[in-house]
Design a protein around this ligand. Structure first.
Ligand code: SF4
Length: 96
């Protein structure tokens, strides 16, 4: 992780919201699927991730970032990748 004090100001502004992220405290496991996850496990993991996002003070900034960058994996801003694709019709049309 880069030292934030060494980042140029515009880049630091773009990522500053992450300093307040709830997921910084719990790690990435609830937010990203392991390689061979079964459907039942995925639903429970997604539920846990969404619950954490629901307590996160930067949920709007996180979702905005995920949509703006077309983040293809994981739960960001309380939405799964599939749910985010539904908000981006052009992206959904090109994703299998
Ligand atoms: S909204 Fe969820 S994924 Fe985004 S920073 Fe907060 S806890 Fe992490």
């Amino acid at each position: 992780m880069p030292n934030p004090s060494r980042l140029p100001a515009p880049l630091l502004q773009n990522w500053a919201w992450q300093a307040e992220a709830v997921c910084r405290e719990v790690g990435s496991e609830p937010f990203f699927a392991p390689a061979e996850e079964e459907r039942k496990g995925r639903k429970e993991r997604d539920r846990q991730a969404k619950s954490l996002c629901g307590t996160c003070p930067v949920v709007k900034a996180c979702l905005h970032h995920a949509l703006a960058t077309h983040e293809p994996h994981g739960v960001w801003g309380g939405l799964t990748a599939r749910e985010r694709r539904r908000l981006l019709p052009a992206a959904a049309a090109t994703t299998p």
